[in-house]
Design a protein. Structure first.
Length: 180
C-alpha cells in the first residue's frame, strides 16, 4: 500500500512499467508473439489515457467503458480483437496489482460484464476439421518438398505454429520414427 501512495504522489513512468511487465512476461515464459501483442494493446490504452489526461492509476469502470466505446465505434475493432485487448489489459493490471502499483485488477469484472459473447452473434466463427480428401488436395497442390513436409507435420501432429518454429532437427527421435 505504501508503494501505491508513493506512485500516486509522483508521476508514473508508464514506459518503465511496460518494460518491467515485459520482463515479467518473459519470466512467466509467455510466448514472444503474445508478449508483443500485449505490449501493443497496452501502449494503445496508455495513449488513449494520455489523450484524456489520465494515467494508469486513474482507471475505473467509466474509463474502461469509454475505452470500449472508442475501440468498438471509432476504431471499429472486431469482437475477437476486443477480447484480445482486454485480455492483455487484464494480464497487465494483474501484474500491477501483484506489484502493489494498483489496489486491484479492475479489468476482470469489466470483461465478464461487457465482453461476454451471446448465442447468435454474427461474428462467431466455427472451426471445422478438413476432410481427408481436402487435406490430400492441399498437400498434393504444394510443389516444394520442404513446404509439403511442414503441411503434413502440422496436419498429422496438431503441432502449433510456435512449436513448429522452435522445432529443431535434433529434436527428432530418428531411431523410433516409424514405431509410433
Amino acid at each position: 500500500m505504501e508503494r501505491l501512495k508513493q506512485l500516486r504522489i509522483r508521476k508514473i513512468d508508464s514506459e518503465r512499467i511496460i518494460q518491467d511487465f515485459r520482463k515479467d512476461c518473459v519470466l512467466k515464459e509467455m510466448n514472444g508473439e503474445s508478449i508483443r501483442k500485449y505490449i501493443s494493446a497496452i501502449r494503445i490504452f496508455i495513449e488513449y489515457l494520455k489523450a484524456d489526461g489520465l494515467s494508469l492509476l486513474n482507471v475505473d469502470k467509466e474509463v474502461l467503458r469509454n475505452f470500449l466505446r472508442y475501440l468498438r465505434f471509432k476504431r471499429r475493432i472486431s469482437h475477437k480483437t476486443l477480447e484480445n485487448y482486454f485480455s492483455a489489459l487484464s494480464t497487465f493490471y494483474d501484474y500491477l496489482a501483484y506489484e502493489g502499483i494498483v489496489p486491484a485488477n479492475y479489468i476482470l469484472p469489466f470483461r465478464k460484464r461487457y465482453l461476454r459473447r451471446y448465442k447468435g452473434d454474427e461474428e462467431q466463427h466455427v472451426r471445422r476439421l478438413l476432410s481427408v480428401e481436402e487435406l490430400s488436395r492441399i498437400v498434393n497442390s504444394v510443389l516444394e518438398p520442404w513446404d509439403r513436409a511442414i503441411i503434413v507435420l502440422l496436419a498429422k501432429t496438431g503441432i502449433r505454429r510456435g512449436e513448429l518454429i522452435r522445432l529443431d532437427v535434433d529434436d527428432i527421435d530418428w531411431e523410433n520414427i516409424g514405431s509410433s
